[in-house]
Design a protein around this ligand. Sequence first.
Ligand code: HEM
Length: 499
Amino acid sequence: MGLALRTVVIGWLTYYILSCIHCRYFHPLSKFPGPFWASISNFWKLYILSTKESHTRGIEYHKKYGPAIRVAPNFLVFSDPKLVPVVYHRNADKSDFYSPGVLGRLRPPFQTQDHKEHAAKRKRVAASFQISNLRKMESDVNNMIEKLLSQFNERYVRTEEPLDLSEWVKWFVYDTISAMAFGKSVGFVEQGKDVQELIQNFHDMAPLAGLVAALPNWVNPLMNAPILGDYLMPGPGDGTGTGKIMKYRDDMLRERFQNRHAMAHGDFLDNLMNAKNADGSYMTEAEIKAEAFVLMVAGPDTTAAFIGPFVNYVIQNPVIHARLRQEIQEFEADGTLSKGVVTFEETQKLPYFMACVQETLRFCPSTPVVLPRLVSKGGLEVNGKYVPEGTEIAANPYVIHRDKNIFGEDAFEFNPDRWLEGEERTRNMNKYIMSWGYGARQCLGKNVAQLITQKLCLEMFRRFDFQSRTPEKPWRAENLALMIYWDQWVRLTPAKELK
Ligand code: HEM
């Protein structure tokens, strides 16, 4: 080894060792407990994401290390619900955990770190997600529900064969959101398969997304480099899962851009194409594509990750299952439920059904992953210790939702009754619910998701009795920053009249 190279290597090693010593003993977070490797290296975040069970690990680590854990040299994760409103306040900036990476270069609201820039971007699209706007699309949702349930009847009820609910739910949600966004479904439900393996290909990108989120300082310079970046960043039509979905989106959008202000379809795309910035200008084509892409990928998987668990936790407990079926029959008998598919309004009238919905959101949040923010100016006190401005800080909804002080001694059990004990208790629990994120960054698609999930879940339990084929292992699940389920095998029979 030449002298120059030796000097560089020794210099780098010295720098690295000194920075480890600094992180371990002199960094402002050195007074917080946590795994040794996490205190000196960001790679520990990558390790945790790669286990695909960061939520259950989170519970274990908080048991071991206490309510505030150092999970990277400059990153603190907390479990005290009272800190949630403090950390996720209106003006909190997101950290570079949200780097665009696999979702393309432009930053829609979800990936916009600065809170002011985020507010402006969110404002121009927010109206599209209001419930008044969605009512126009309710018939698209009804059509998709009818299509799905008639597939269930034809293929499984008639033949008495079991079905993999996890797959059908994904196909249904991708199709429904595509119909609402672009006026056209992909055809997953109709064909009863993952067309062109679009969904699987997209899920295959999860490890890369994890890499970008965990190591933005290493990966971003490569992704943004002039030539290398073009090669690494997914683009429409390349072989990657993201690229395939981008191409699908571009094919859907091409015709519509030719007459972008016609407002002839009444779908999300009409709204996006006509949304205006504060100065009255329209969004650029590239911005519309980025927003449309987020609709296609942020919505379906998170929504599917609600429906499977809702069914599972209801049917796992015969008492809960019978109470829900009983309530649906009573409301059916008194004429509250429309013929065909129930309306969104009607779903909200069934108290036990709504308690099951709230309990699923609490017990099984779709994104059981830390949602990082940066500590704002002036710093913050956590457990009596000072945390400086610029520190990355986060909580995991799955951990917060299992806090016994807020949710009760049975916080680790699925118990819808906790939501029926009175307004004050419900209000107090809702203050700490993070299933939709928190504060100004809350899910923009919450109304869309509620519309789809409540109508489908109620309609499924109205028409069918469910039985898990393998109750001891109801599914295979992986936490890829959002939960993905496979192999949720159930048997369906027509709903029986209860006495
Ligand atoms: C049960 C279903 C859903 C759940 C549990 C869910 C959950 C979340 C969460 C936790 C966040 C915030 C993440 C953060 O703080 O970084 C979020 C943001 C977002 N979600 Fe959802 N989501 C669901 C469905 C949808 C649907 C159906 C759409 C669109 C059609 C959607 C669009 C968005 C958008 C655009 C954002 C970014 C909002 C912003 O940054 O201002 N979501 N969602």
